[in-house]
Design a protein around this ligand. Sequence first.
Ligand code: C2G
Length: 152
Amino acid sequence: MKTVLTYGTFDLLHHGHVRLLSRARALGDRLVVGVSTDAFNEGKGKRSLFPYEERAELVGALRWVDEVIPESTWDQKRQDILRLRADVLVMGDDWRGRFDDLSDLCEVVYLPRTPIVSTTSLKATLSEVSREQVDSLKRAVDALVQIVERIR
Ligand code: C2G
């Protein structure tokens, strides 16, 4: 039984995350995913839109994922690898080199990130859409006010 381990925030779950998880699972027989807790995210300078419980629920619902554990510290990986008897640690290549110190315990693999999509860009798009909607609503209200003024 070859166990693969990976970690992430997985906020606004998107196809970049899913492709990472499916490729990670393909490297073994079991995939365990450490989902960053909200407190750990604060430490990463990230405020996720969805709380840990919901992010963990979504990740756990994916068919490639066999188990979800909380990621609450940077240095829990070494203990997790030993406890889970992980054979491979997988991360996207934006982390290339960052976890090579764990290669005494298991294989460390960095997979190419999926281009373009990111939680950050999704959040920006969502906020732009809402700003556009607010602006068009404002224009509609202004037009209505002018009509009311005229017929008074
Ligand atoms: N990812 C990807 N392609 C994207 C976006 C993300 O392959 N377009 C990968 C990342 O490289 C990472 C995983 O998906 O391996 C999860 O990404 P994030 O949720 O952004 O997690 P991150 O903030 O990188 O946290 O201890 C490690 C950290 O918890 C990783």
